[in-house]
Ligand binder design. Structure first.
Ligand SMILES: [Ca+2]
Length: 316
Protein backbone atom coordinates (compact mmCIF):
# COMPACT_ATOMS: atom_id res chain seq x y z
CA UNK A 1 0.00 0.00 0.00
CA UNK A 2 2.81 2.34 0.95
CA UNK A 3 4.53 1.54 -2.35
CA UNK A 4 1.41 2.46 -4.27
CA UNK A 5 1.19 5.70 -2.34
CA UNK A 6 4.82 6.56 -3.09
CA UNK A 7 4.29 5.76 -6.78
CA UNK A 8 1.26 8.02 -6.83
CA UNK A 9 3.15 10.86 -5.16
CA UNK A 10 6.06 10.42 -7.57
CA UNK A 11 3.78 10.55 -10.63
CA UNK A 12 2.01 13.59 -9.21
CA UNK A 13 5.30 15.41 -8.60
CA UNK A 14 6.79 14.46 -11.95
CA UNK A 15 3.99 16.15 -13.91
CA UNK A 16 4.01 19.23 -11.73
CA UNK A 17 4.86 22.36 -13.63
CA UNK A 18 7.84 24.64 -13.07
CA UNK A 19 7.24 28.32 -12.23
CA UNK A 20 8.97 30.29 -14.99
CA UNK A 21 9.73 33.94 -15.74
CA UNK A 22 10.85 34.66 -19.31
CA UNK A 23 13.33 37.54 -19.65
CA UNK A 24 13.34 38.49 -23.33
CA UNK A 25 14.49 41.12 -25.83
CA UNK A 26 11.77 40.02 -28.25
CA UNK A 27 11.48 42.06 -31.44
CA UNK A 28 15.15 42.27 -32.44
CA UNK A 29 15.89 38.73 -33.56
CA UNK A 30 12.92 36.42 -34.21
CA UNK A 31 14.28 33.56 -32.09
CA UNK A 32 12.73 35.04 -28.92
CA UNK A 33 9.31 34.63 -30.55
CA UNK A 34 10.09 30.96 -31.16
CA UNK A 35 11.14 30.53 -27.53
CA UNK A 36 7.92 32.18 -26.32
CA UNK A 37 5.80 29.94 -28.58
CA UNK A 38 7.60 26.84 -27.31
CA UNK A 39 7.11 27.94 -23.70
CA UNK A 40 3.38 28.32 -24.33
CA UNK A 41 3.35 24.85 -25.88
CA UNK A 42 5.10 23.34 -22.84
CA UNK A 43 2.58 22.31 -20.17
CA UNK A 44 5.39 21.83 -17.64
CA UNK A 45 6.28 25.54 -17.86
CA UNK A 46 3.98 27.60 -15.64
CA UNK A 47 4.51 31.10 -17.02
CA UNK A 48 4.33 33.58 -14.15
CA UNK A 49 5.61 36.65 -16.02
CA UNK A 50 7.12 37.73 -19.31
CA UNK A 51 9.69 40.42 -18.55
CA UNK A 52 11.16 42.51 -21.35
CA UNK A 53 14.85 43.38 -21.54
CA UNK A 54 17.15 45.90 -23.22
CA UNK A 55 16.58 49.09 -25.21
CA UNK A 56 12.89 49.99 -25.66
CA UNK A 57 11.42 47.53 -23.16
CA UNK A 58 7.93 49.11 -23.44
CA UNK A 59 7.88 48.50 -27.18
CA UNK A 60 8.94 44.90 -26.60
CA UNK A 61 6.07 44.53 -24.12
CA UNK A 62 3.62 45.56 -26.89
CA UNK A 63 4.84 42.60 -28.97
CA UNK A 64 4.47 40.19 -26.05
CA UNK A 65 1.00 41.55 -25.26
CA UNK A 66 -0.26 41.29 -28.83
CA UNK A 67 1.14 37.77 -29.22
CA UNK A 68 -0.30 36.48 -25.92
CA UNK A 69 -3.68 38.08 -26.68
CA UNK A 70 -3.95 36.47 -30.12
CA UNK A 71 -3.01 33.02 -28.81
CA UNK A 72 -5.44 33.27 -25.90
CA UNK A 73 -2.85 33.40 -23.12
CA UNK A 74 -3.47 36.98 -22.07
CA UNK A 75 -3.80 36.07 -18.42
CA UNK A 76 0.02 35.88 -18.18
CA UNK A 77 1.31 39.12 -16.60
CA UNK A 78 3.85 41.22 -18.49
CA UNK A 79 6.62 43.29 -16.91
CA UNK A 80 8.43 46.18 -18.59
CA UNK A 81 12.08 45.66 -17.77
CA UNK A 82 14.91 48.15 -17.32
CA UNK A 83 15.31 50.16 -20.55
CA UNK A 84 18.88 50.64 -21.71
CA UNK A 85 20.82 52.87 -24.10
CA UNK A 86 19.24 54.53 -27.05
CA UNK A 87 17.70 52.18 -29.48
CA UNK A 88 14.40 50.77 -30.52
CA UNK A 89 12.89 47.33 -30.63
CA UNK A 90 13.85 45.92 -34.00
CA UNK A 91 12.18 44.64 -37.18
CA UNK A 92 9.14 43.09 -35.46
CA UNK A 93 8.03 46.30 -33.75
CA UNK A 94 5.68 47.46 -36.51
CA UNK A 95 3.65 44.28 -36.06
CA UNK A 96 2.56 45.44 -32.60
CA UNK A 97 3.25 49.19 -32.54
CA UNK A 98 -0.46 50.09 -32.39
CA UNK A 99 -1.19 47.68 -29.53
CA UNK A 100 -2.44 49.60 -26.47
CA UNK A 101 -0.88 48.09 -23.34
CA UNK A 102 -3.77 49.42 -21.24
CA UNK A 103 -6.00 46.91 -23.04
CA UNK A 104 -3.95 43.91 -21.94
CA UNK A 105 -6.05 41.68 -19.69
CA UNK A 106 -3.22 40.08 -17.71
CA UNK A 107 -1.81 43.43 -16.63
CA UNK A 108 1.40 45.20 -17.56
CA UNK A 109 3.72 46.32 -14.78
CA UNK A 110 5.76 49.46 -15.47
CA UNK A 111 8.23 48.18 -12.88
CA UNK A 112 8.78 44.74 -14.39
CA UNK A 113 11.76 43.96 -12.18
CA UNK A 114 9.64 44.77 -9.12
CA UNK A 115 6.93 42.43 -10.41
CA UNK A 116 9.52 39.67 -10.86
CA UNK A 117 10.83 40.25 -7.34
CA UNK A 118 7.32 39.93 -5.88
CA UNK A 119 6.65 36.70 -7.75
CA UNK A 120 9.94 35.17 -6.62
CA UNK A 121 9.47 36.37 -3.04
CA UNK A 122 5.98 34.90 -2.82
CA UNK A 123 6.76 31.64 -4.58
CA UNK A 124 6.86 28.60 -2.28
CA UNK A 125 9.54 27.08 -4.51
CA UNK A 126 12.48 28.40 -6.59
CA UNK A 127 11.53 30.21 -9.81
CA UNK A 128 13.28 29.39 -13.08
CA UNK A 129 14.20 32.36 -15.25
CA UNK A 130 14.66 31.84 -18.97
CA UNK A 131 17.30 34.45 -19.83
CA UNK A 132 17.19 35.14 -23.58
CA UNK A 133 18.29 38.76 -23.76
CA UNK A 134 21.00 41.05 -22.39
CA UNK A 135 21.09 40.67 -18.59
CA UNK A 136 20.27 44.16 -17.30
CA UNK A 137 17.19 42.99 -15.40
CA UNK A 138 19.21 40.36 -13.53
CA UNK A 139 21.63 42.99 -12.31
CA UNK A 140 18.67 45.05 -11.13
CA UNK A 141 17.17 42.07 -9.25
CA UNK A 142 20.54 41.47 -7.57
CA UNK A 143 20.76 45.13 -6.54
CA UNK A 144 17.20 45.41 -5.26
CA UNK A 145 16.69 41.98 -3.67
CA UNK A 146 20.04 40.19 -3.33
CA UNK A 147 18.59 37.74 -0.80
CA UNK A 148 16.31 36.31 -3.51
CA UNK A 149 19.18 34.97 -5.64
CA UNK A 150 18.98 31.72 -3.68
CA UNK A 151 15.43 31.24 -5.01
CA UNK A 152 16.30 31.78 -8.68
CA UNK A 153 17.40 29.18 -11.23
CA UNK A 154 18.69 30.62 -14.52
CA UNK A 155 18.73 28.91 -17.92
CA UNK A 156 20.32 31.31 -20.38
CA UNK A 157 21.19 31.71 -24.03
CA UNK A 158 24.51 33.29 -23.26
CA UNK A 159 28.19 33.25 -23.96
CA UNK A 160 30.68 31.49 -26.15
CA UNK A 161 32.70 28.46 -25.03
CA UNK A 162 34.95 26.90 -27.69
CA UNK A 163 33.32 28.55 -30.68
CA UNK A 164 32.35 32.01 -31.82
CA UNK A 165 29.93 32.95 -34.61
CA UNK A 166 30.40 31.11 -37.92
CA UNK A 167 32.25 28.36 -36.06
CA UNK A 168 35.42 30.38 -35.72
CA UNK A 169 37.48 29.38 -32.68
CA UNK A 170 36.30 31.22 -29.57
CA UNK A 171 35.50 32.36 -27.04
CA UNK A 172 34.26 35.76 -28.14
CA UNK A 173 31.72 38.34 -26.90
CA UNK A 174 28.33 36.73 -27.56
CA UNK A 175 25.58 39.28 -28.40
CA UNK A 176 23.58 39.03 -25.13
CA UNK A 177 26.76 39.39 -23.08
CA UNK A 178 28.28 42.17 -25.18
CA UNK A 179 25.05 44.21 -25.15
CA UNK A 180 25.17 44.49 -21.35
CA UNK A 181 28.58 43.48 -20.04
CA UNK A 182 28.06 44.75 -16.48
CA UNK A 183 24.73 42.91 -16.32
CA UNK A 184 26.39 39.68 -17.43
CA UNK A 185 29.32 40.13 -15.07
CA UNK A 186 26.93 40.52 -12.13
CA UNK A 187 24.85 37.52 -13.25
CA UNK A 188 27.83 35.21 -13.76
CA UNK A 189 29.36 36.26 -10.42
CA UNK A 190 26.23 35.80 -8.28
CA UNK A 191 25.35 32.75 -6.19
CA UNK A 192 21.98 31.47 -7.48
CA UNK A 193 19.86 28.55 -6.32
CA UNK A 194 21.86 26.30 -8.62
CA UNK A 195 24.75 27.02 -10.98
CA UNK A 196 23.91 29.20 -13.95
CA UNK A 197 23.14 26.96 -16.98
CA UNK A 198 24.06 28.37 -20.37
CA UNK A 199 23.43 27.39 -23.96
CA UNK A 200 26.26 29.29 -25.71
CA UNK A 201 27.00 30.04 -29.36
CA UNK A 202 28.53 26.54 -29.61
CA UNK A 203 25.04 25.02 -29.36
CA UNK A 204 22.79 27.61 -30.97
CA UNK A 205 24.81 28.09 -34.15
CA UNK A 206 23.57 24.75 -35.55
CA UNK A 207 19.96 24.97 -34.33
CA UNK A 208 17.69 25.32 -37.37
CA UNK A 209 14.48 23.86 -38.73
CA UNK A 210 14.52 23.18 -42.45
CA UNK A 211 13.12 20.90 -45.16
CA UNK A 212 10.17 18.61 -44.45
CA UNK A 213 10.24 19.43 -40.77
CA UNK A 214 9.81 23.13 -41.51
CA UNK A 215 6.97 22.43 -43.97
CA UNK A 216 5.05 20.76 -41.13
CA UNK A 217 5.12 24.14 -39.40
CA UNK A 218 3.99 25.95 -42.55
CA UNK A 219 1.00 23.59 -42.66
CA UNK A 220 0.23 23.84 -38.94
CA UNK A 221 -3.20 25.21 -38.03
CA UNK A 222 -2.89 25.92 -34.30
CA UNK A 223 -2.93 29.58 -33.34
CA UNK A 224 0.38 29.57 -31.42
CA UNK A 225 2.30 28.40 -34.47
CA UNK A 226 0.36 30.27 -37.17
CA UNK A 227 0.90 33.50 -35.21
CA UNK A 228 4.59 32.68 -34.74
CA UNK A 229 4.98 32.27 -38.50
CA UNK A 230 3.00 35.48 -39.07
CA UNK A 231 5.55 37.25 -36.84
CA UNK A 232 8.46 35.60 -38.65
CA UNK A 233 7.06 36.66 -42.04
CA UNK A 234 6.56 40.25 -40.85
CA UNK A 235 10.03 40.36 -39.28
CA UNK A 236 11.80 38.95 -42.34
CA UNK A 237 10.04 41.47 -44.59
CA UNK A 238 10.86 44.47 -42.40
CA UNK A 239 14.59 44.24 -41.98
CA UNK A 240 14.97 40.78 -40.49
CA UNK A 241 16.40 37.75 -42.22
CA UNK A 242 15.39 34.38 -43.67
CA UNK A 243 12.40 33.14 -45.66
CA UNK A 244 9.41 32.06 -43.62
CA UNK A 245 8.20 29.74 -46.39
CA UNK A 246 11.40 27.68 -46.39
CA UNK A 247 13.32 27.49 -43.12
CA UNK A 248 13.85 29.04 -39.71
CA UNK A 249 16.71 31.39 -39.01
CA UNK A 250 19.18 30.35 -36.28
CA UNK A 251 17.15 29.36 -33.22
CA UNK A 252 19.52 30.49 -30.45
CA UNK A 253 16.98 31.23 -27.73
CA UNK A 254 14.86 28.06 -28.11
CA UNK A 255 17.96 26.03 -27.18
CA UNK A 256 17.85 27.69 -23.74
CA UNK A 257 14.09 27.07 -23.45
CA UNK A 258 14.82 23.41 -24.19
CA UNK A 259 16.82 23.25 -20.94
CA UNK A 260 13.54 23.92 -19.07
CA UNK A 261 10.94 21.89 -20.95
CA UNK A 262 13.06 18.76 -21.34
CA UNK A 263 15.68 16.65 -19.58
CA UNK A 264 18.36 18.35 -21.74
CA UNK A 265 19.62 14.93 -22.89
CA UNK A 266 20.54 16.19 -26.37
CA UNK A 267 23.24 18.44 -24.91
CA UNK A 268 26.65 17.47 -23.53
CA UNK A 269 27.36 19.54 -20.42
CA UNK A 270 30.54 20.54 -18.63
CA UNK A 271 30.82 22.26 -15.28
CA UNK A 272 33.48 24.94 -15.42
CA UNK A 273 34.29 28.09 -13.51
CA UNK A 274 33.68 31.16 -15.63
CA UNK A 275 34.08 34.91 -15.56
CA UNK A 276 32.93 37.62 -17.95
CA UNK A 277 35.80 39.96 -18.77
CA UNK A 278 35.52 43.64 -19.59
CA UNK A 279 35.34 42.87 -23.32
CA UNK A 280 32.37 40.52 -22.86
CA UNK A 281 34.28 37.27 -23.33
CA UNK A 282 33.01 34.34 -21.23
CA UNK A 283 36.25 32.79 -20.04
CA UNK A 284 37.08 29.66 -18.07
CA UNK A 285 38.92 30.93 -14.99
CA UNK A 286 39.68 29.41 -11.61
CA UNK A 287 38.40 32.51 -9.83
CA UNK A 288 35.04 32.32 -11.64
CA UNK A 289 31.75 30.92 -10.38
CA UNK A 290 30.63 27.42 -11.47
CA UNK A 291 28.64 27.43 -14.72
CA UNK A 292 26.87 24.46 -16.27
CA UNK A 293 27.80 24.86 -19.94
CA UNK A 294 26.08 23.02 -22.78
CA UNK A 295 29.23 22.50 -24.83
CA UNK A 296 28.01 20.38 -27.75
CA UNK A 297 25.17 18.28 -29.11
CA UNK A 298 25.04 14.51 -28.73
CA UNK A 299 25.44 12.60 -31.98
CA UNK A 300 22.62 13.65 -34.37
CA UNK A 301 21.31 15.89 -31.59
CA UNK A 302 20.38 18.81 -33.86
CA UNK A 303 18.08 16.63 -35.97
CA UNK A 304 16.43 15.09 -32.90
CA UNK A 305 16.00 18.56 -31.42
CA UNK A 306 14.42 19.85 -34.63
CA UNK A 307 11.97 16.89 -34.51
CA UNK A 308 11.11 17.69 -30.89
CA UNK A 309 10.53 21.38 -31.56
CA UNK A 310 8.32 20.64 -34.55
CA UNK A 311 6.25 18.02 -32.73
CA UNK A 312 5.67 20.53 -29.94
CA UNK A 313 4.65 23.30 -32.34
CA UNK A 314 2.29 21.21 -34.47
CA UNK A 315 0.53 19.68 -31.44
CA UNK A 316 -2.92 20.99 -30.65
CA1 LIG B 1 16.90 37.12 -27.51
Amino acid sequence: MLNILFTFVFIFLSVESIPVIIDTDIGGDIDDSWALALAIKSPNMDLKLVLTANNDTRGRAQIVAKYLTIVGRDTIPIGIGVPTQEGGVGPLYGWASSYDLLQYKGGVSDDGVGAAIEIIRNSPEPVTMLAIGPMGNFRSILNRAPQLASKIIIKAMSGSYKYCYNKTPGPCPEYNVAANITGSQATYAAVWNTSLSISPIDIGMTAFITGENYQKLVNATNIVTTTLLECYTYWSQHGGDGNSKVASTTLWDPTAAYMIWSDSSLFVFQNVNMIVNSAGDTLVASNGRPVNVATSWVNNGEQMWSDLVVSKLIGS
